[in-house]
Design a protein around this ligand. Structure first.
Ligand code: PLP
Length: 455
């Protein structure tokens, strides 16, 4: 494609495409940022400018861009079996191999995998499985689902309802009323004056206990939790939270669902975030890093105990009646398997832990003393930089000041991409797990320069 073709496409873009999560008028006046190529941790736009992508696309390019072995795995599978469905007991070898591999690395207790196309449908599937599981056991009223403020679980009708970021509900009739909302477990912004972390944790668990009591456990199916909130601000709950939560939910026959769509596949320096944070899931949603973004695919996990109930239901009803055209897609399964093997072969999960420690160290070294940086948080290669207007009071900037956007735009001018999370005044970092220490230095210095320039 030559330059004039590209210019034409850039000019036409906003006339023909409704972009996801984008400002339509900004697109109409400025056009899109057209990305035409990528390799390693770098992306390249139509003007030939290269950027260090410290977000890994949308928190998904764990293996890095342009990996020939992943393209090859897709090519081989597509040539052999471009597609066949997996409804009505059909299968293909790639999805079986992938499921076996995934179960060998999954958190203890998870025994079966359901494949879909993305994070929203994985969570949607698990909402339905939670309902179905309870209904098959005679608990037809167990329909409510608990989710937290500042959670992000997707944008389908049901998962946008679970999402606890108000922007995703405005002028939509959402959230649907099956959702019950509880406090975001962020000590830095949500603790009461004088409260320590243990007291904060107790208060959060008490709130959930009270909600269960007032709603009635017989009406509640599940609790959804990202081990670390990603789009909601890179938020890790206080120590002991997940253990207490699990005990409380188990007492009331409420399923605990881990949304590992961002945390899974090495991001935090372990295969999954749940074991790291003491979260024992009954079900788990994954996507993104499953294929490192090379193919849209999700894997939702359930325990054998849940599966036994679904089996009895299938015997009774004739089938487990849920699925997608692309469930278990052979090309997706082939590239997911190749991706997991690549992460293993190159030791990228360990590298995420080691280079993650370096990233956090550098962020602290350079930004701790900055008056506009309140908290640096996260684990492994997932980090958040909290911007504050008043450090002593932990007061966040006014949304209208657009600090995260201003800083991330200035970082971009310096050749680095970070993700602004405007509603929580945070800058998010989740680079490919292949990022080097030199690239981490570049990223941290760009952040420092941009913050100093803009604030
Ligand atoms: N869950 C989490 C934690 C996510 O961060 C996302 C997307 O960013 C989703 C679910 C939804 O995934 P998708 O956009 O693939 O539907």
């Amino acid at each position: 494609m030559d330059d004039s073709d590209l210019k034409k496409l850039i000019a036409e873009d906003a006339d023909v495409i409704l972009h996801p999560a984008s400002s339509i008028s900004a697109l109409l006046s400025n056009g899109p940022q057209m990305i035409c190529a990528a390799d390693g941790c770098m992306i390249e736009d139509a003007q030939g400018r290269r950027y260090l992508d410290a977000v890994g696309g949308l928190w998904c390019v764990n293996a890095g861009y342009g990996r020939a072995e992943l393209a090859q795995a897709m090519k081989e599978a597509a040539e052999k079996l471009s597609y066949y469905h997996t409804f009505s007991n059909a299968s293909n070898p790639w999805q079986v191999q992938l499921a076996e591999k995934l179960l060998s690395i999954a958190p203890a207790g998870l025994g079966k995998v359901f494949f879909g196309s993305g994070g929203s449908d994985a969570n949607d599937t698990l909402i339905k499985i939670a309902w179905h599981y309870h209904a098959l056991r005679g608990q037809h009223k167990k329909i409510k689902v608990i989710a937290r403020q500042q959670a992000y679980h997707g944008t389908s009708v049901s998962t946008a309802s679970l999402t606890g970021l108000g922007g995703f509900h405005k002028e939509f009739p959402l959230p649907l009323d099956f959702v019950l909302r509880v406090e975001c477990p962020h000590f830095y912004t949500r603790a009461l004056p004088g409260e320590d972390e243990a007291q904060f944790c107790e208060r959060l668990i008490d709130e959930i206990r009270q909600l269960i009591n007032t709603t009635g456990a017989e009406n509640i199916a599940a609790f959804f939790a990202e081990p670390i909130h990603a789009a909601g601000g890179i938020i890790e709950p206080p120590a002991g939270y997940y253990q207490k939560l699990k005990a409380l939910l188990a007492e009331h026959d409420i399923l605990l669902v881990a949304d590992e769509v961002v945390c899974g596949y090495g991001r935090l320096g372990s295969w999954f975030g749940s074991p790291l944070l003491g979260l024992e899931p009954d079900m788990m949603a994954t996507a993104k890093g499953l294929t490192s973004g090379y193919f849209p695919m999700s894997a939702a996990f359930i325990t054998n105990e849940v599966w036994q109930v679904l089996k009895q239901g299938s015997d009774k009803l004739g089938a487990f009646s849920h699925g997608y055209t692309y469930s278990g897609h052979p090309v997706g399964a082939a590239v997911a398997l190749a991706n997991i093997e690549l992460l293993e072969r190159e030791g990228l999960v360990d590298k995420a832990r080691e280079n993650g420690a370096y990233l956090h160290q550098r962020l602290h070294d350079v930004l701790d003393s900055n008056p506009y940086v309140g908290e640096i948080r996260g684990r492994g290669l997932l980090a958040g930089v909290q911007l504050v207007a008043d450090k002593a009071q932990r007061r966040l900037p006014d949304a209208g000041d657009k600090w995260p956007l201003k800083v991330s735009n200035a970082v971009r001018e310096l050749g680095v991409i970070v993700r602004p999370l405007p509603s929580v005044a945070t800058l998010a970092i989740s680079p490919p797990l292949t990022i080097s220490c030199e690239q981490i230095d570049t990223l941290v210095m760009a952040l420092q320069t941009a913050i100093n320039q803009q604030l």
